[in-house]
Every structure is written in C-alpha cells, then in structure tokens.
Design a protein around this ligand. Sequence first.
Ligand code: FA5
Length: 366
Amino acid sequence: MANDSTPNTEDLLREQQQAFEAALPEVEDDEGLYALQVRFLGKKGSITKLRKLMGKVPPDQRRALGQAFNAVKQTVEGGIEARKLELVELARARELARRVDLSFQPQRRRAGSGHPVLSTRRQLEQVFRRLGFDVLDGPHVEVEDYNFDRLNFEPDHPARDMQDTFFITPPEGVEAGEGDSSPSFVLRTHTSPVQVRTMLSHPPPIKIVAPGTVFRNDDDPTHSPMFNQIEGLYVDRGVTMADLKATLYAFVGAFFGEGLEVRFRPSFFPFVEPGAEFDMQCPFCRDEHTGENAGCGLCKQTGWIEIGGSGMVHPAVFEACGIDSSVYTGWAFGFGIERMAMLRYAVPNLKHFFEGDQRVLEQFPC
Ligand code: FA5
C-alpha cells in the first residue's frame, strides 16, 4: 500500500505543479496572482490537500516526499513572485509605449465674458470710488413721489405722461398716493430718485454715485426703453459748480484719457438750478498733438459728445428732503451708461448692446 501511494502522491504533486505552471502566464494582475496562490497553497488548496496524505506514507519515505512538497511549494511561491515583478514591468512598458498625439487640438471652450454695459458700469464705479464717492443702489419700482414730486417736477410735467413713463398698478395691500387717485408707482425713469432716498436717510455731507437701470417709453436707434444711468450727488457746506466741473474733468481723464476738454451747456432740469448738459471733447477725432477735433460721425462733426445732465441741487429739492438750503449747497449729475459704453468701445448703435448677439458681444472681452 505504501509502495502504491508514494509514486501516486508524487505524480499528483507533479500534475499540480504542471497545472500551476500552465496557469501562471495567464494571470494579468495581483488579484489573479492571489487567486492562484489560494488555489494551490491555500487552506483548501490542491497542494495543501496532497500534503495531508503524508501521514499515510511509510515513515522511511516521508522525508523524500516532504522534500518534494517543499520543492513544489517553493516553485509555486517563486513563480508567483516572479510573475508579480513581470506584471510591474509589463505595466511600465505599456505606459512607455503609449503614444501622445501632441498635434491634437482640444476643442476651444467657449468662456463667457462680462457684458460691455455691465463692465462699463463697474469701471465707472471704480473711478468714482477713487474720487471718494460711495456707491449706492435704488429700487427699479419707485414711488412717483420720489421719482417726480420731490424732485420738483410740476404735476403736469410731460415726463409724468403715460406716453413717457411706465406706471405700475400698486401691489395688493400697498396704498396708492395719499389723496391721489392716480397710480403712484412707476418704473423709475432716471436714477435721480436715489438722490431723494439718500438725502432723506443721510445727513450731509453726502458724496455718492448710484448706477442702475431705468425705464422710459422710448424706442428709436439712440433710445432704448430700458437703459442705465449713473447718478452723482455731492452735498456739503460751500459746494460750488467749480467742484462739479473739477470732478467731471477728473472723471473724464480717469475714464476716457487725460487731456480731454469738458464743457457745460445751459439746460433745464426741474431739480437743479442752474442746470447744464455736460459734454466732453470727442476722443475719436481729437488730434493728439494740437488737441483740435477734425469732426467725425460719432460726434456728428461737432467735436463734442453729450454725456448727460448736471447742475446745482435746487433749493426746493433740499426742502422736500429735509435739508436746510440756507446751510448746504450741492450738485448732481446723471449720465447714460450705454452712451459711455458706446464711446468706450466705439459702438455706433445702442441696440447692439441689447440684442444678445454673441458675435457682437464677443468683440468686447470684458
Ligand atoms: C436725466 O435723466 C436726469 N435725471 C439727469 C440729471 C441728473 C440732470 C442730475 C441733472 C442732475 P436725461 O433725460 O437727459 O436726464 O438723461 C440723461 C442721459 O441718459 C442722457 O444724456 C442719455 O445719455 C441717457 N438716456 C436718456 N434717455 C435714454 C434712452 N431712452 N436710452 C438710452 N439712453 C438714454
């Protein structure tokens, strides 16, 4: 029985070794190697099972059989280690053989950009901040009182006409103007009501700019029903028109470039006295050396570009806002932001800003 079992066990061992050697090259990763180790040398592995037959072998043959087991075990373990190193080498060789196409052009990502009007607004804010102004905001839906009455507009001023102004039906639960049956809310027609709000809530000195969107029943190539303005207000003791001119001169220099002339043209706004349109020298046709203007399409051959209105705050406005006009004086201005964006980016038509055509907007990476 001993003679029968000894060669059988060795044969079986040899079979297992051959099976291992056949399976080893097929293994492609660490997991596979671990599974192979378990299959042959694990607790229930085929070689481990054969080892348990040792007890049935005559004592004089056990030593030889034990050596045979150890040899097979070392073969299996050594094979697994060697294959492990081989796999690392194969992975490295694969990585090195990977070709990178350096001529490959990835698709350009379309990054968005700031809208030229918004970016003009931000730049304006920045310039006025540097000149010592605070930046304030105001609501788009405004009480008629702040938009017109306290700014000294007569009750029958044409701006109050439905043809010029968008009136808003008051929301439920909100009272219309006291003793007034007409609607008392409007989409603000200018940023000047922020003057009223500021003077009602802050004692002088006041030095603010208020950029924002305004609405008018206007629609032609140079007028849009929705546009943006920037309001300026400076109130203190002894403020004069000279401060206004100096400030606007500094502003034009900082925003459009040094050396441009500014001028006032008398004009009427109910909330300022005296009132003036504010013009700047056209930067497009100005000769750098002589400072003279040749005239161009943008300035309509005049050499001047109108930016907006300005003037000394009317005493009636001060009184309506609780400020003593015998103590304080002040000035205000209101400019169209689109007008300035048109100048800054040399855009001939205001409508280009609002049509949302990417081909146009992409030309002004802001
Ligand atoms: C006003 O709105 C006054 N509130 C400005 C002001 C403030 C004067 C403080 C005095 C003191 P005006 O209506 O002129 O003024 O408008 C000012 C600027 O807004 C214009 O010069 C123009 O640049 C711009 N603007 C006016 N209407 C439109 C419109 N429909 N579309 C685009 N821009 C406009």
